[in-house]
Design a protein around this ligand. Structure first.
Ligand code: AMP
Ligand code: MG
Length: 426
């Protein structure tokens, strides 16, 4: 039975293929101010309103000159000064240079800027100051100048739809004179937690009960991945409760069900989905944690607006580490596709394995184990990742102390300290 399950790579390939198909259903578009654009997905490209940069600008404080003339080392008369914000000045006449500040427009006729650190100045009586490049240094045309339009011509597309807006993209929009941007409406992600043992976070659990930690955890993961979390009332472990809850979720863009997908007597999610006509893409993956993960689609008749006629869903095993890992591996890419995002997910990086207690591979399973990677060390080496001690996939302390998951490949023997390993980033 186990060997019939797809490997991580096979399951990931299925997710990618379905995500690509689902990405054809574009979300609606809304307009947001730049101050609210962080993390949103661009729906219409950013075009420049004028050449970028709009004038040839100096990248240094120094003296605008004609490179060939300056390289002969004769003294040049300082004809004037241009500051950032000044209108383009000039023209540059033979035998002269213009004092210029970073970001200021380069006078017409000048083709280079001598850095202030590379020149010597001399007084020239009534004529003011003279400047020359300190020999034997020479300068080439274009040095310390970004030409008008080098980053884009008026009307050019600088950033395509699908880009996720972070600080750099927002700054680019601002530099093009856009104070608001068209972004995709965030997909609404229904979060259905299941389990008779769950009580709300603000209720006191009786013996045997636990707080529902997956609902807020999944909501945080959904928000971080560009979705709008919609937490449904938790469902008890019986067919009627599950049926009612699932029926409520059909208007969502994506459905996450936590718990109830293992092989236990009260794991009733798969049969409930089956009764609703679900098509299952996979009902388990050879990974640990997260082996019972389910991926499929529910029919829902007419979608809302341009919504897909099917509702993609994931059944995530209820153990918190399993839910978090399988969300990142499988649900996040589908959410990104539904959000219109072109940013690739899941995100992996390479790290160096710290000395560690035994964390061997498990035959036939790719493992994703809570780890802490020291990203801030700058010693020219790949960052070092260490396993966080854990007590299995229910260990929320280990989850909270981790900042990534260390990937132990299916066929890994003993992992030697210092080995280069893959990590899954949140
Ligand atoms: P299940 O996948 O339903 O078999 O649950 C596996 C384990 O995860 C059990 O120990 C559950 O109590 C726990 N669990 C299930 N749902 C949640 C939840 N929403 N929050 C915290 N733990 C949960
Ligand atoms: Mg359960």
């Amino acid at each position: 039975m186990k060997s019939a399950l797809p490997s991580y790579d096979q399951a990931a390939a299925m997710v990618t293929a379905h995500a690509k198909r689902l990405s054809r259903f574009r979300p609606a578009v809304e307009r947001v101010e730049l101050s609210h654009a962080s993390g949103r997905v661009l729906a219409r490209p950013i075009l420049t309103d004028r050449d970028q940069p709009p004038f040839s600008r100096s990248t240094r404080d120094g003296f605008a000159c004609h490179a060939a003339e300056a390289s002969t080392h004769g003294f040049l008369t300082v004809a004037g000064a241009v500051r950032a914000g000044d209108a383009p000045s000039g023209p540059l006449l033979p035998g002269t240079a213009w004092e210029i500040m970073t970001g200021a427009p380069v006078p017409a006729g000048a083709d280079a800027v001598m850095m202030i650190e590379h020149v010597e100045l001399a007084a020239d009586g009534d004529a003011g100051r003279k400047v020359r490049l300190v020999p034997p240094r020479t300068i080439k045309p274009g040095e310390n100048i970004v030409s008008q339009g080098a980053q884009g011509r008026a009307g050019d597309e600088l950033l395509s739809a699908g880009a996720v807006l972070h600080s750099g993209q927002i700054a680019l929009a601002a530099s093009c004179g856009s104070s608001a941007l068209d972004v995709f409406v965030r997909p609404r992600v229904a979060i259905l937690t299941t389990g008779d043992e769950l009580v709300p976070v603000d209720a006191s659990p009786s013996p045997g009960q636990i707080h529902n930690s997956n609902a807020p955890m999944l909501a945080a993961l959904v928000s971080a991945a560009g979705g709008e979390p919609w937490i449904l009332p938790p469902a008890a472990d019986n067919a009627e409760a599950l049926g009612r809850a699932l029926a409520l979720a059909v208007t969502a863009d994506l459905l996450l069900i936590s718990g109830g997908v293992s092989a236990g007597k009260f794991d009733l999610v798969e049969p409930a989905l089956d009764r609703m006509g679900a098509r299952f893409h996979f009902t388990g993956v050879r990974i640990q944690p997260g082996k019972p993960t389910v991926f499929g689609e529910l029919p829902r008749g007419a979608g809302v607006g341009s919504q897909s006629p099917t509702l993609p869903f994931f059944g995530l095993p209820g153990n918190p580490v399993s839910s978090a890992v399988t969300f990142l591996l499988f649900a996040a890419p589908v959410l990104a596709a539904l959000a219109g995002s072109s940013e690739g997910t899941p995100r992996f990086a390479l790290a160096r394995l710290a000395p560690h207690p035994d964390r061997n591979g498990k035959p036939g399973l790719t493992r994703f184990l809570p780890a802490f990677c020291n990203f801030s060390a700058l010693d020219g080496q790949p960052p070092e990742a260490a396993f966080v001690p854990w007590h299995g996939s229910g260990d929320l302390t280990a989850l909270a102390l981790s900042n990534c998951f260390l990937v132990v490949p299916e066929d890994a023997g003993d992992l030697e300290p210092g080995a280069i390993v893959r990590i899954l980033l949140p």
